[in-house]
Design a protein around this ligand. Sequence first.
Ligand code: NI
Length: 431
Amino acid sequence: MKYVFKNAMVLTMNNNTEVLKSCDVLIENDIISGIGNLNNEQIQGARIIDASGKLLMPGLINGHCHVPMTLLRNYADDMSLQTWLFEHIFPTEEKLIGDDIYYGSLLGIMELIASGTTCFIDMYDHMNDLAKAVEESGIRAQLSRGMINASDGPDFSDDARLNETIDFYKKWNGAANGRITGAFAPHAIYTCSPAYIKAISEAAKKYEAPIHVHLDETLVEHEDCLKKYGKTPTQHLYDLGIFEHKTVAAHCVWITEEDIKIMVDNNVTMTHNPSSNLKLASGIAPVPNALRRGVNVILGTDGASSNNNLNMFEEINLAALIHKGVNQNPLLINAAEALRMATVNGAAALGMDNLGVIKEGAKADVILIDMDKPHLMPVHNVISALAYSVQGADVCLTMVDGAILYENGEFKTIDKEKVSYGIKKSYERLF
Ligand code: NI
């Protein structure tokens, strides 16, 4: 298909503050193939989308999610991470079947695309059902099976979760025109033994797979690790060889100065999850310091059970607010930095320089925001508007890989009625 967005205001993210006024953008197949004055030959046969009064920007990249957890939204709230996870979430997750994952994922993907997210990095269970939802919906995702130790080794060749990870990676990495990629995901240092983490690292090496892991999320995790291993969680993962792989580490709330150095030296990406960290009272990650030192920081919602939504504009907003407040410094994490974390930095975490930007040759993962709203007028500064005023619901069109997935409240690839029915059935069975 061929599309032209006509007369759009365009935030390219090529350069922090570059905003093109009244610009035309041409999409051919899965690629942005023209920006600016387009000639008749270029636009021939294209569907013309009137984008006047609207802002075109790269789709948002959600850097840490558990998308099927929409099923557990508003189910266990106002408690510590340990109580929440071990007494409520893990026991319920034991009961999940493939259909729950499939419909829970589709529900989460509907929420993601309706609020401007075009790509997400996810770790969960029943991954074939999750991947099927990603494939059918048209969204982009890096997917991994969260691994937790059952046996204590030392031989993990029969480990069910590790073997599922390998099978999943072989089957899905690069699938759906490259929209789906895989990763290996040791859940966390408190749910995986050192020997297991080492085995995962060795397997990842064999398949040249990236890593997705929870890291240093709570003070309890940090202090237990010091007690048990005499080092920080970051140092622990480093010593086990995890950072030899391209790694996305979620949370990093309690990382030290030395940990930040390890992350910079090993090119480890850190996912900042402000809503989840606030809600579970995990603490506030040292994002300004990590950014200043050169860590690639991205933004994530975490699962809908600890947020309790998948709205990335809320994370952008919080990331731009909380560090100012807790440090009593209004200069920390400006609007442009928060937007970079949700776009280009996310693309860098995935090793893709043709994503998260509007430029010729980039992947056509774009969103359109309706700026003709009372809470967005007047537009003094587009960047500020996006970080401080825009709501997820202002997104009026979401395109991934050159296909429109959502337009003016309508889902083009997902049957909303069918998903509602599937969710109702899962809810009744589970609760
Ligand atoms: Ni998580």
